[in-house]
Ligand binder design. Structure first.
Ligand code: PMP
Length: 301
């Protein structure tokens, strides 16, 4: 895993700020209760290296607003101001050699138990290699995705990643790159930072939201790409045993992109992945501006 980068600039409190000055008080609810909601947004150079664009910016803004609403965090930034803040930071940090990943986070910087809450939109941004993800080996965690009445997966909150962190530590000890979390019914929920895409009998399946997964923007894109490619796509519960006999498997997320699973619980997956190949080819061609598809919306910088 890549070490955490410390790029020179961060967006905080309405301006570009030096990394070392981007501080939050130890008494804030952001720290003492882990109260924040966030997004991860990917920015890609075009195939000819002439244009740089953020993928699905509007969709990420809308999900951040939904997370803020559910977590009862005031969020009054307009889409236009959010876009400008992202673009301002990108312009400061962009280099020709690498792509970027932005992490806009809404922190509770003042307030107590939800009273008089004041939030700040902070954006950090990290460099990413311009390459497709390597195939990954994954396991199934003993940690469980909590219920919607406990720690709702639909809220992209920092607290939700405590279980994911434990699952990743468990997986690393066993030599896995990532872990799938099951829900309280023992069915597939999602991985620690991505959703599960399964191919069986020429059909693509992913668990519906009520199984305990984030409303993934990448999965929505995959669904639309499948429609345009004429590949059947469905959202249906997936048993652990069905996962184990999948024809092809991938993890889908903004940062993970489409990571093809080549080993599941230490067992080799079939090496031929014809359906995932078609979907990933289309995803990359659209993200890099080589082809256009209404499902892959790019905001040029
Ligand atoms: N589940 C979790 C827990 C995640 O952190 C992510 C990454 N945001 C996803 C699923 C995939 O969501 P998206 O495709 O919108 O990035």
């Amino acid at each position: 895993m890549a070490p955490l980068q410390k790029p020179p600039y961060v967006y905080m409190n309405g301006h570009i700020t030096a990394w070392d000055d981007a501080k939050i008080h130890v008494g804030s609810e952001a720290l003492i209760r882990g109260i924040s909601v966030f997004e991860g947004i990917k920015g890609y150079w075009s195939y000819d290296n002439r244009e740089f664009a953020l993928l699905a910016l509007r969709e990420h803004f809308d999900r951040l607003a939904r997370s803020a609403l559910l977590q009862v965090l005031p969020f009054s930034t307009s889409y236009e101001d959010f876009q400008e803040a992202c673009l301002m930071l990108v312009r400061k940090l962009l280099t020709k050699e690498r792509d970027l990943w932005l992490r806009p986070t809404l922190f509770a910087v003042e307030g107590h138990w939800g009273l008089d809450t004041v939030t700040d939109l902070v954006i950090t941004c990290y460099h990413q290699d311009k390459k497709k993800p390597d195939p990954i080996g994954i396991g199934i965690s003993t940690w469980q995705r909590p219920l919607d009445t406990g720690l709702p997966a639909r809220i992209k909150s920092a607290a939700n990643y405590q279980i994911g962190r434990l699952a990743r530590i468990e997986g690393r000890r066993q030599g896995f790159d990532d872990m799938i979390l099951l829900n309280q019914w023992g069915r597939v929920a999602e991985a620690t930072g991505s959703c599960v895409i399964m191919v069986r009998g020429g059909r693509i399946a992913t668990p519906p939201f009520f199984e305990g997964c984030l409303e993934s923007i990448t999965v929505n894109i995959v669904e639309s790409l499948c429609r345009s490619l004429g590949i059947p796509f469905e959202r249906k519960p997936i048993d652990r045993t069905e996962l184990l006999i999948a024809d092809e498997l991938a993890l889908a997320g903004t940062l993970m992109e489409l990571g093809v699973v080549n080993r599941l619980e230490g067992r080799k997956m079939p090496s031929s992945t014809p359906f995932l190949d078609r979907i990933t080819d289309e995803y990359w061609a659209c993200a890099r501006g080589m082809r256009q598809n209404g499902a892959v919306r790019l905001t040029l910088v």
